[in-house]
Ligand binder design. Sequence first.
Ligand code: CU
Length: 533
Amino acid sequence: MSEVATHDDHHDHVPSGIGRWLFSTNHKDIGTMYLIFSLVMLFLGGASAMVMRMELFFPGLQIVDPDTFNNLVTNHALIMVFGVVMPAAAGMANWMIPIMIGAPDMALPRLNNLSFWLLPMAGIMLILSMVVSYLPGTGGQVNTGWTLYPPLSVQAGMGMDFVIFTIHILGISSILAAINIVTTIVNMRAPGMTWFKLPLFVWSWFFTGLLLIMIMPVLAGGVTMLLFDRHFGTAFFDAAGGGDPVLFQHLFWFFGHPEVYVLLLPSIGVLGLVIPTFSRKPLFAYKPLVWFMAMLTALGMVVWAHHQYTIGMSLGVTTYFMIGTILISIPVGMMLMSFIFTMWRGSMTFETPMLFGIAIILMFSFAGVTGVMLAVVPADLQYHDSYFVVAHFHYALIPGALFGLYAGVFYWLPKWTGHMYDEKLGKIFFWWTTIGFNVTFFPQHFSGLAGMPRRIVDYSPQFAEFNFISSVGAMAFGLSHLLFLYIIIKTIRGGEKAPDNPWEGSQIGTVGLEWNLPSPPPFHSFTTPPTIK
Ligand code: CU
């Protein structure tokens, strides 16, 4: 073979057909696969929520038995967190970060392939966890919820082993992807692309990547100890053997609280592009915003025990976790103010991504308010394990993470597909899903304050009205996603050709919009030598 690769040589290395996807090292193809995977999982996780809300339409048991309900609770959370929000954000990172920083691809393209292909394996394993629970002699359902607290998780049936293995695979996938993204941002920036020229989305993933590298090993360790307690005679979490079940809660929430920011930060990064673009103004206070993200990341690592006030910690420790948690409202509030000041006196237009952006600011602020309520120890002792908590974190994660990703999908669909989506349908989807979401979760604050416990298949009749309204909203919220799917398929299949700068956006700071690049992009972006500086 000659030293200089000819065009034909190169062409030989680009597999076609299914091989293009199986062996892909192309950040755009891998990004697309992440996005499609998360879309499939969205319908799976959504279906499990719909079944739960159908059961809760009326008091009494109607369509599922209590064990199945508990298993649905577990699966819904695991699917939404690990199967939907994280892969969708990773898909956007894969697609956009190399383009935004002027790199030809991710720093570690083959690792990128492995990170993605571990995911469908984990997804299958998670589905199997539910399937094996129904086989005779496997010990029943995975009835712990996604928090997997012992002793219940030590006693649970074989399905729990599948869940533990699922989390191991997911953990490997997330850590590898995070290493890849952080390495890419550190090493692959084009000459002149200095740290404080990075678009906010890139910064958000830099901090997300660091968080993942710090927290995923702790969760992996926790569930491994669980596995040992289940099968190898250890007693890490067994008081009778000298262990302590509360240890698991600390390990889980050391992962679990920062994980919330893993879910939120990429969406805040998307807002950092959407709000300036549709306001035709540079992002207000870009540098402080980056530092507030750093502050959020750091504080997020040290507040985990606010999920366990009820375990009986000392007054000093409890007070520390309370004050730390309340402090988090500073960076979050500053970020939201920064977006509001970006809109101030801008030439705003209200296409679908911007509608989501504004809705996020309003609804996520509301989650912030209930979050401060829950941070206050004496109040939390009353709200703990009630539907108020369910309402709070769905207001945090559906606007804060999911709607941010929807904003990103509508913002970048023209870039990804080369076509404009149907703006009218996009707006219908926005209103349908936003109203459905609020009708679902707003009443849950009240049923929670009235004392309805969370993760429960049945409830006493005084909660019937709130639950009926909530279930009606959930059906609307769930069904709106059929329109979402239709819009995406329609856009992929055709439509008006996307111009280079479809949103007529301004420059963001000194960084031009990535729309200046050809759209749709060339098939294989690794055709030019890397420009590593
Ligand atoms: Cu938390």
